[in-house]
Each structure stands twice: as structure tokens, then as C-alpha cells.
Write a protein that binds this ligand. Structure first.
Ligand code: ASP
Ligand code: MG
Length: 456
């Protein structure tokens, strides 16, 4: 049995939903089918945004909720002839999020707990819509509430799954009559019954959790592009889709910006060796990208190139760092304590400096944290105030086939040299699966095109 997950763009409007229903129909098997669905395109963002507005005493949230309701009602109407089947549901859901938002407005407070309850609206509606649309097309479809199966802790906004309980619950799924079971993505429940969410883009994770629990033959992630591409087609005209790659390559690529698939998603599936197939709802005959235990193969060296278009690059340096134990520990612990995520790290063997990249939003905070942590050393000038370089871009080349193969870094850096791209920093771990570089953001396209034509 398969699990098929459809993203927000796949259910953005009535026409797209009709395509999804066709794809579902083509894939029902005798054993049944699990379908996981995201909120309709833009809905999660809109909910978060209007809740923030309510929190800031902006009455516009009322009008925005009204529009959200109108949008959903019009789609319900289009896919289902009998209003009795959805009216109460929509009224109840809308009534509930409206009163929650009124509370947020009155109190001027918006906790992650409340936000999770609000966000659930998007997936609950889209899953009901798809269920009705499938039924309208004669498919035996049933809505299944993910919250009745997926059990998490109470870290609202990014809850952790209790796999023992979740797997046990999912093993009780009933497929008799070979129906299509439609699950809302993203949402779950903690042990005291409140709604939790699995983090932004959490619907992929929902699909993986279900796929792993039922031992699916594959989990298909249906999106709006032709699978994972060798490079961002907005920068590289001859970028092409990658037919096949390993889990590790997919993680390296998606950690580094090619966000077709959310990396933590893969974890329940890799352990059970269940393939993930990224496919295009708007080009369903295209095979897409298969992510599994095998590498891209085909004798190519690189599997893909990815980029984070905007990073800030920070450097801590000084004579007081050479041969001193604990400097890196202090630096990174202090940053971690303030919830700063490090995108890339590099230290040369002189130990005279440590450099790292963060998202631009974390730049000020990082400088603050470091200045506090190393205040004593800085007052003695044995560690200098952190140097910041803005408007940088981090590029990573990824491929299992780079391992134990001499000459690849050479080719990579000469092609960048020929293209007149200056490299600020480089990092390669001993997995040899990823070489990351920081360059000027203005050089991004030039660098991607140069690497792509040198290696593909
Ligand atoms: N709708 C949720 C989000 O946008 C979950 C998902 O689409 O995967 O984050
Ligand atoms: Mg989404």
C-alpha cells in the first residue's frame, strides 16, 4: 500500500483538487490507500498572520477570517452537491477559530498552543474537502482524523512524536472495503488531548509517520515541480530533475535550500528503507525523483547543487583562541542558548579564527551573544569583536559519488575561479558527500551556472 501526500499548491483551488482526485483514482489498489493533505495554498500563512494581527489589536482579523471562510465554503460548494455534508462542519470550525481569535485580540496574547489550534483549521478543511471530492467521483473515501492517531509531547508548534503509541494506533487502521483514507497533515494531539502541530511543512512528516507505521511500499510527495532538480531552475536554465538519489543525498540537498522535501520527514522512512518519491501533481505522467537506499548512480559525480541565497557570515578571531580549549564549546553553546541555528561552520588548523554562517535575522543576536560571552577576552584584546559579512550566499554541491574520488574539489574551485567567483569560506565534512562554500550573494547565479556546466 502507498501513502500519497498532496501539498498546498496541489489543493489550491477546485481545478487542482480535481487533478488530485484523478491521481488518487489512478492509484487506489485493492488493499486501500492513505492520502495526506496540506492546507490549501497560503492558508497556514494567512492564519498565522491574522492571528498575529489580532494579537496586535488589529481588527482586520475579523474580515480576514470571513474571507478564509468564504474561500473554503466556495470550494466545499464546488466539490459537494449536498450542503448538509459540510455546512455544520464549516460553521463549527469557523465559529471556533473566530472565538479563539477574539480571545487573542482581547488578551493581546498569542501562545504557540493557541496558534496550533488555529492552524489545524487549514488541514481539517482541506482533508474534508478532498474526502468529499473523492466521494463525488465515486471513490470510497473516508476522513480520518490524524489527531486520533498521532500522539506527541506538548512542545506546541514543533511537537515530538511518541512513536510507540502512534504506531500502535495506526496499526489499528481499518481498510475494509479498500477505501481511500484521507488524513489532515501537520496536526496531532498531545496526551492531554490538545491539538499540536509537527512544525512548518509538517504534512510531509505526517505522511512519513503513517507510511512507516503501516509499512507502506512507498511514500509519494506530490508537489508542483518535477521532483528534485540538479539546481534551482530560476538560476540555471538547463537544470534537470534527478531521477534517483539516496536518503543521505536528499538530506544534504534539502538541508541546503532545495526544499522540495522537509529533511526530518525522511527519518521514520529511512530506518525502514521505504522509498520517498517526489512527484508533480501538474505533470502526473512524469516519474519524479525516487529517494531511497541507492545513490543517483549514472556515473555522475554530483547529484545536485543547492543554495541558501542569503546568509550572514560571522568570524571570531584572536590570539587568545589558539590552543585554548573550550573556545568553540563556549561560542556554540552561547549561540545555542539563544536559539541561533548555524548553517555552516569552518575553522582552520591554526585555530586563530572560527567562522560560521547564520540567517540574516540571527545576525544581531549572534553578535550580541558573542560579545557577552567573550567580553573579558575582548577587553584584553586577545579575542576581537566578531566580524560580520552580509549579503552572502551559501552553496553546496552534493553527491555520494564524490567520496574517495580525488580531483573534485580541484575541478569545483577552478571552475569557480574561471567564472571569477571569490570564495570566502569552505566546509567539507569527512562524509565527503557535501562541499559547502560561502560566496557573495551577487555571484550566486554565476557560480551555479559555472558548477552546473562543469559537472552536468
Ligand atoms: N500547511 C502547513 C504549512 O504550511 C503544513 C504543510 O503544508 O506541510 O506549514
Ligand atoms: Mg505546505
Amino acid at each position: 500500500m502507498k501513502v500519497m501526500k498532496f501539498g498546498g499548491s496541489s489543493v489550491a483551488d477546485v481545478a487542482s483538487i480535481a487533478r488530485v482526485v484523478d491521481i488518487v483514482r489512478d492509484n487506489v489498489s485493492r488493499e486501500g490507500l492513505c492520502v495526506v493533505v496540506s492546507a490549501m495554498k497560503g492558508v497556514t500563512d494567512e492564519i498565522i498572520d491574522l492571528a498575529k494581527a489580532a494579537c496586535l489589536k488589529d481588527e482586520a482579523y475579523k474580515e480576514r477570517l470571513h474571507n478564509l471562510k468564504k474561500r473554503h465554503l466556495s470550494v466545499f460548494e464546488a466539490v459537494c452537491e449536498d450542503p448538509a455534508e459540510y455546512r455544520d462542519f464549516v460553521e463549527n470550525q469557523c465559529g471556533e477559530i473566530h472565538s479563539v481569535c477574539d480571545g487573542v485580540y482581547a488578551l493581546g496574547e498569542l501562545s504557540p498552543k493557541v496558534l496550533d489550534r488555529l492552524m489545524a483549521f487549514g488541514e481539517l478543511c482541506s482533508a474534508r474537502i478532498l474526502t468529499l471530492a473523492c466521494r463525488g467521483a465515486g471513490l470510497a473515501a473516508r476522513f480520518e482524523d490524524s489527531r486520533d492517531y498521532i500522539v506527541t509531547d506538548n512542545r506546541f508548534g514543533r511537537a515530538r512524536v511518541d512513536f510507540a503509541r502512534t504506531d500502535a494506533a495506526l496499526n489499528e487502521l481499518n481498510f475494509s472495503g479498500a477505501p481511500v483514507l484521507v488524513f489532515p497533515g501537520l496536526i496531532a494531539r498531545c496526551t492531554d488531548g490538545r491539538v499540536t502541530t509537527l512544525g512548518r511543512d509538517g504534512s510531509d512528516y505526517t505522511a512519513a509517520i503513517i507510511g512507516a507505521a503501516i509499512g507502506a511500499e512507498a511514500v509519494e510527495i506530490w508537489t508542483n515541480v518535477n521532483g528534485v532538480m540538479t539546481a534551482n531552475p530560476e538560476h540555471v536554465a538547463d537544470a534537470r530533475s534527478i531521477p534517483q538519489m539516496s536518503y543521505e543525498e536528499a538530506m544534504e540537498l534539502s538541508h541546503f535550500g532545495a526544499r522540495v522535501i522537509h529533511p526530518p520527514t525522511m527519518h521514520p522512512l529511512t530506518a525502514r528503507n521505504i522509498p520517498i518519491i517526489v512527484r508533480n501533481t501538474f505533470n502526473p505522467s512524469f516519474v519524479g525523483t525516487r529517494i531511497g537506499s541507492e545513490t543517483a548512480g549514472r556515473g555522475g559525480i554530483l547529484t545536485g547543487i543547492s543554495a541558501i541565497p542569503r546568509v550572514s557570515f560571522l568570524r571570531l578571531e584572536g590570539p587568545g583562541m589558539v590552543g585554548v580549549r573550550g573556545v568553540a564549546g563556549r561560542l556554540f553553546s552561547a549561540l545555542a542558548a539563544e536559539d541561533v541555528n548555524l548553517i555552516m561552520i569552518s575553522q582552520g588548523s591554526s585555530e586563530h579564527s572560527i567562522c560560521f554562517a547564520v540567517v540574516p535575522d540571527d545576525e544581531d543576536k549572534s553578535v550580541d551573544v558573542i560579545s557577552r560571552e567573550f567580553a573579558v577576552e575582548m577587553s584584553h584584546q586577545i579575542v576581537l569583536p566578531p566580524a560580520v559579512e552580509r549579503n552572502k550566499c551559501a552553496i553546496a554541491v552534493v553527491g555520494d559519488n564524490m567520496r574517495s574520488r580525488p580531483g573534485i574539489a580541484g575541478r569545483l574551485f577552478s571552475c569557480l575561479g574561471d567564472a571569477d567567483v571569490n570564495i570566502l569560506a569552505i566546509a567539507q565534512g569527512s562524509s565527503e558527500r557535501n562541499i559547502s562554500m560561502v560566496i557573495d550573494a551577487a555571484d550566486e547565479t554565476r557560480a551555479l551556472v559555472a558548477i552546473h556546466s562543469a559537472f552536468f
